[in-house]
Write a protein that binds this ligand. Structure first.
Ligand code: ATP
Length: 233
């Protein structure tokens, strides 16, 4: 049985249809990448999974339950954690207070504040600093740490590399092997094709709200994936 499965998933903004009949699955402990250009519908897809978009059709099953119509807080309590695009710091809170917001689901699991500080040691040094007075890379670490503290079964990551220097992004991507080692499944949404398919066991390419390619990245050449990404040929 898959951990996450969508059937015929569609999403709308009023009359505008952003997603068309998506059939996506993520297995227990699997890392899956969804790649796509600007406006392909990646964030819309993650928001639909996280219960943040109620204009949708089709079905979303998670851990054997139908979660299609569930509110975001209930989805989070069931074990779907979101690292949102733009990191979404609580600006009046410190680094540590932002992290602690992740504990509000009361889910038990391997992730504690201590373990998050072991994963990102530089956050320990700046824990009392305002979350808006730190670098973009540090904010991304806070956003990941906050989601990990909800002890999700599935971690959704929206464009982690966006606006970060390649060296900083490399450091953040390196932490995924440690997260994966705890048995957590990860769904990475990315514009950066190379980085995403390197990290993933499986990938989907999203083009104008539809899946244009998918499978094991090792079975495809980068040219074929790129053509599908840009809708060429
Ligand atoms: P990006 O990488 O730029 O974040 P994306 O792949 O995440 O792109 P979405 O943000 O999901 O794409 O957008 C998918 C489509 O839905 C786009 O055509 C976008 O213009 C449209 N869209 C997104 N949010 C809204 C909204 N709030 N109202 C109307 N249309 C929207």
């Amino acid at each position: 049985m898959q951990l996450l499965e969508t059937t015929g998933l569609e999403a709308f903004y009023g009359d505008f249809q952003a997603l068309f009949g998506l059939e996506i699955s993520v297995g227990e402990g699997e890392t899956v990448a969804m790649i796509g250009a600007n406006g392909a519908g990646k964030s819309t897809f993650l928001q639909a999974l996280a219960g943040l978009n109620d204009q949708k059709k089709g079905a979303i099953r998670f851990a054997g339950q139908d979660v299609t119509r569930l509110r975001a807080d209930l989805v989070s309590r069931l074990g779907i954690g979101l690292v949102p695009e733009g990191r979404m710091m609580f600006p009046s809170l410190t680094v540590e207070e932002n992290l602690l917001m992740g504990l509000c689901t009361d889910r038990k699991g391997p992730w504690t504040l201590k373990k998050v500080y072991e994963l990102f040691p530089e956050l320990l040094e700046i824990r009392t600093r305002s979350s808006v007075r730190i670098s973009g890379g540090q904010q991304q670490m806070v956003a990941i740490g906050r989601a990990l503290l909800t002890n999700p079964k599935l971690l959704l990551c929206d464009e982690i590399s966006l606006g970060l220097a390649p060296k900083v992004t490399n450091g953040i991507y390196a932490c995924f092997s440690e997260i994966k080692a705890t048995g957590m499944a990860i769904l990475l949404v990315e514009q950066d094709i190379v980085r995403a398919i390197k990290a993933a066991d499986r990938f989907y390419c999203l083009l104008e709200g539809k899946i244009s390619l998918g499978g094991n990245p090792r079975d495809y050449g980068i040219e074929e994936i790129s053509r599908s990404y840009f809708g060429i040929g």
